[in-house]
Design a protein around this ligand. Structure first.
Ligand code: LLP
Length: 384
């Protein structure tokens, strides 16, 4: 089964471009809200997944907060109208200007990833006569069983404060006057389709809270990060990830302290399925051992297959002819500019439109201008 595309309209647009199904995005957001509201969970959308201004404003209209990892993302969140008290700022390498921006805008919370960073936030806040609200990002040492490039919660990863370093950080916190500890933050990885690692994470956080209570440390906010995966193989069958099961796991296994608020910061699961990269077949190249469909989009528009060996479903949306086997490649001068090898799509001809599905997350936002190419445009189902 292929996706449902307004083909005649798409044919008139210059390729390659991103095409967003805003109806699906809104339906997804409705489900996120209704499932999270069941347990009074707070959701901050991880802007890193897609910062297209229109996508951001639709997400903001639906009441989500924003999880940012750079000053640029804080600006994008502010431009889209996210309220400052719903902006959190994470990241292992926050530059001074970015911290100052967060302080000046009085964002909700800085997720602190090291003792070194904590010292700098304290110093910069002190210089402004402010007190920064902070959460400690703890590395929970939970294996997410996902691609090694997108695993974040293990000791050897650069992220977060390791469990055996928490006491040192807490000792130092007692001496610092311009930071206020309000939360704990965790994130174990991305594209998790098996929910068990989240269950393990809950158990780890329960233990940690017990341990901290011995030191009389209680925080008001627990942030479990993002990471819920999407179905890249069957975007039509599973257009909306199972938020019901996802939040249920936390409700069942995490034991919040009285009045503790629970936060999430999903990115991919919110926007992944609503975006498609639409490209044109430039050439069908008959090699001596295989056939190539050469597209006008490459890893400059969608880097995930080259970077993470990621799989995106590929459809020829303008041909119904019998399927044939192709390598689907882009025009960039690198062998890794290959979207898929030896897959079957309807017989391809020069000018056919090809949809690379499930590209709403980490697609447009990771585009580059390598080979002096233009950045892709974006179109929306309700505006074309
Ligand atoms: N919170 C933190 C601290 C994160 O590092 C991430 C993603 C998220 C939230 C959102 O995670 P999500 O819900 O999207 O899984 N470019 C890669 C994914 C990198 C994820 C980085 N961190 C990809 O295309 O697969």
């Amino acid at each position: 089964m292929k996706g449902n595309f307004p083909i005649e309209k798409l044919k008139g647009l210059e390729t390659p471009f991103y095409y967003y199904d805003t109806d699906l995005l809104r339906k997804t957001l409705d489900i996120v809200a209704s499932e999270a509201n069941k347990y009074n969970y707070q959701v901050h959308y991880a802007i890193k997944a897609n910062a297209n201004p229109r996508i951001l404003s639709i997400i903001r209209e639906n009441g989500l907060g924003a999880d940012c990892v750079s000053g640029g993302e804080i600006m994008a969140a502010l431009n889209a109208g996210f309220p400052t008290d719903k902006i959190v700022f994470a990241g292992v390498g926050k530059a001074d200007w970015e911290i100052n921006l967060g302080l000046d805008k009085d964002i909700f919370c800085f997720n602190v990833e090291s003792l070194a960073e904590l010292e700098v936030i304290n110093e910069l806040a002190e210089a402004k006569g402010r007190k920064a609200r902070i959460a400690l990002r703890i590395n929970p040492e939970v294996n997410a069983n996902t691609h090694h490039h997108i695993t974040t919660g293990m000791k050897e990863n650069k992220f977060g404060i390791n469990l055996d370093q928490i006491d040192t950080v807490l000792d130092r916190l007692e001496e610092l006057g311009s930071v206020q500890l309000i939360g704990l933050h965790f994130h174990i990885g991305s594209q998790l389709t098996d929910l068990h690692p989240f269950q393990t994470l809950c158990a780890r956080v329960n233990d940690l809270q017990q341990q901290l209570s011995k030191r009389k440390v209680f925080v008001e906010h627990i942030n479990f990060g993002g990471g819920l995966g999407i179905d890249y193989d069957h975007p039509n069958r599973n257009p909306i990830p199972d938020f019901q099961e996802y939040f249920k796991v936390f409700n069942k296994h995490f034991k919040p302290l009285p009045d503790q608020k629970v936060h999430f910061e999903p990115g991919r699961s919110v926007v992944g399925q609503c975006g498609n990269l639409i490209a044109k077949v430039l050439y069908v190249k008959e090699g001596s051992v295989k056939k190539f469909a050469v597209l006008d989009a490459g890893f400059t528009e969608l880097i995930r297959p080259a970077f993470y060996e990621a799989h995106h479903k590929i459809e020829n949306i303008t041909s119904e002819e019998k399927e044939e086997t192709y390598d689907i490649v882009g025009p960039i001068c690198e062998s890794s500019d290959t979207f898929a090898k030896q897959i079957d799509i309807n017989k391809a001809h020069r000018g056919d439109l090809i949809a690379l599905r499930s590209a709403g997350a980490y697609g447009e936002i990771m585009a580059s201008q390598y080979n002096c190419r233009k950045l892709p445009k974006a179109y929306f189902s309700d505006l074309i």
